[in-house]
Design a protein around this ligand. Structure first.
Ligand code: NAP
Length: 290
């Protein structure tokens, strides 16, 4: 498999790695993936392909072309793409979503590196997840990967609080784990869950556009002083600002973005990814946007 990828990567024309999403123009991924290809001397280029849902099957079929090394998949295609691939990794099957496509002998194989990308920065901080109660805000595609990663890491309690309670309940049922409790985001019971959590994860899409934090400051105040607030959005969101103002440790989504990309790179290229190069390029790309 790796030999096939390397052949493609060393032809005169660059091999292509597309990101399939809708929209995709905002993505920081080309900046750090291309920096990694250049650093490793790999003749490949990361491209943004804006793919409307109706076009997805035809575009995925095109990935079997020799010039394509592999692909990333983002909103809204991570779930729909599963049915279009020949094989799916067990973790991706459990999450029900694929964000990375790898070619194996011309066949398309689906992986999920969002879960590893999420958990990597927590391991790096030395967090003992087996001793960490977690409140997770959101029950969409990203929250699903986060929940599976946290349960696999052995967290003893996981509260899933979502604006639409039915979606939190459906996710809790699908996870089928006794330590998972679904709640509505505005349920007053959430206070008690926050008081016993040392990790708060915001996996809602709210941080991109809303001016108010996902939780009001009075709720945030319930968290213990040693809690970490982790927002998957890769910018300084109102939630992270409010948490920092309270003296809590914070983590934004850029380390996750780079780590999921590094794990994807490893699948495509079959080599250890140049993480430091990727991180520097991602920071620069984000700074250029601000
Ligand atoms: P999604 O499937 O569309 O789910 C969106 C979630 O956000 C749902 O739980 C939704 O609640 C909630 N939400 C949206 N607007 C809200 C609001 N105004 N107030 C409260 N809740 C709100 O999206 P997704 O794929 O899970 O992505 C979620 C976020 O994670 C996005 O910001 C995305 O950029 C980020 N993400 C980051 C990375 C990374 O590498 N850093 C990777 C993946 C995703 P309802 O169910 O009530 O609608």
């Amino acid at each position: 498999m790796a030999a096939t990828n390397h052949d493609a990567a060393h032809t005169a024309r660059p091999a292509i790695v597309p990101l399939l999403g809708h929209p995709v123009a905002h993505s920081l991924s080309p900046a750090f993936q291309d920096a990694a290809f250049a650093h490793a001397g790999i003749n490949a280029r990361y491209e943004l392909w804006d793919v409307a849902p109706a076009q997805l099957p035809a575009v995925v079929a095109r990935l079997r072309d020799r010039a394509i090394l592999g692909a990333n998949v983002t909103v809204p295609h991570k779930e729909a793409v599963v049915a279009l691939l020949e094989t799916i990794a067990p973790l991706a099957a459990r999450i029900g979503a694929v964000n990375t496509i790898v070619k194996r002998d011309g066949l398309l194989h689906g992986e999920n590196t969002d879960a590893g990308g999420f958990i990597g920065p927590l391991h790096e901080r030395g967090l003992d997840l087996a001793q960490t109660g977690v409140v997770l805000l959101g029950a969409g595609g990203a929250a699903r990967g986060v929940a599976v990663a946290l349960l696999d890491a052995g967290v003893p309690a996981l509260t899933i609080a979502n604006r639409t309670i039915g979606r939190a309940e459906a996710l809790a049922r699908a996870l089928g784990h006794a330590c998972v409790a679904p709640l509505a985001l505005d349920d007053p019971v959430l206070r008690a869950h926050l008081a016993s959590a040392t990790l708060l994860v915001d996996a809602t899409a709210r941080g991109w556009h809303e001016l108010e934090p996902t939780l009001p400051p009075a709720m945030l105040a319930q968290l213990p002083a040693d809690a970490l607030v982790y927002d998957l959005t890769y910018r300084q969101t109102p939630l992270l600002q409010a948490a920092a103002a309270r003296g809590l440790a914070t983590l934004d989504g850029l380390p996750m973005l780079v780590e999921q990309g590094a794990l994807a790179w490893q699948h495509w290229i079959g080599q250890a990814p140049p993480r430091a190069i990727m991180w520097t390029a991602a920071l620069a790309a984000r700074a250029a946007r601000q």
